[in-house]
Design a protein around this ligand. Sequence first.
Ligand code: PLP
Length: 374
Amino acid sequence: MTADIRIAPHILAIDPYVPGKPIEELEREMGIRDSVKLASNENPLGPSPLAAAAVRDAIDHLHRYPDGAGHEFIGALAAHLDCRPQNIVMGNGSDDIILLLANALLTPGDRAVMPRPSFLMYAIAVRTVGAEPVFVPLDNLAIDLDAMLAMVDDRTRLVFLCNPNNPTGTIVRREAFERFMAALPPAVVVVVDEAYIEFVRDPECLQSIGLAAADRPVVTLRTFSKLYGLAGLRVGYGVMPAPLAEGLNRIRQPFNVNLLAQAGARAALADHEFVARTLTLVHEGLDYLYAELDALGLTYYPTHSNFFLIDMVRDAQAVFEAMLREGVIVRSMRGYGFPQFIRVNVGTMDENRRFIAALRTVLNVIEPAGGDPA
Ligand SMILES: *Cc1c(COP(=O)(O)O)cnc(C)c1O
């Protein structure tokens, strides 16, 4: 007898998330070495050294279950954010919190409004629970709050904002957000994904921490994956109204954030030196890359984050493959509706220079696409 596996239809409707391939796998496939990965917005400096040391120390306690309530970790977060522990839910990455929110807030047939292109996990989470994602196109690469508002109806329970938006690097400004909130029905929860918020220098940018504690229907998502260089450790969190946090904690796996992750993330919060070094590297790297791209005559879209889009005026998949042969991994934006754009994150200065050198080669090797550069 062969098994008769029947995946639920709403699960079959999900487009699988395609992560950037690990550097080792690409090197093996291409037969290259010493490649530079600028495709997943990771921290090029490596992990926070204080976090790495705390993880090493915690290894001796691996025979114990982690603290399921995350008492010390969440206490440190509450102090860091100046909010109450009751407002914080910890996650195995912020991806975990996105799934918990969908499970806690949506029933089949409910709707969640989200920008497109944006982070792909929002739609996956919404479809996981049989609810319906409603996609709202960007306006000039930025989230269009008016258009999103127009798509909110009485089946809408959730709205996702990504600030800065991945993959475009644009921000939502405080004033525009407040106008949006004033017009939103009170039963809608707004999730603001701030995975890259620490890189923002614009003082008008919305900072949503603090809104939840003031009983606004807002969830702030944060992660240790980018600024703190801990993507492999898997730690993120949400800050939300206490009753919502209580709801998420009912369905959260009791040990969703492992012992090493809690210890490492807590230590990272105190690593001010590493944070400062990362921000300087990213901001100086952007200045360098913009100047080089100007010199090459390429159009790019200035960012509020640690990554940005470049219009290659060529098929992005062909550019991706040609860059790979030069040992530089970037992200093709074809799957995001930009068939001629690549997304690249800032690396170390050495990596940035290698990226520019590879780009120069690739521009010479690949002809610009003819006709309408749609
Ligand atoms: C990288 C990223 C995250 C972080 O996800 P983790 O699960 O915490 O690693 C969240 N949102 C966006 C938009 C991201 O780009």
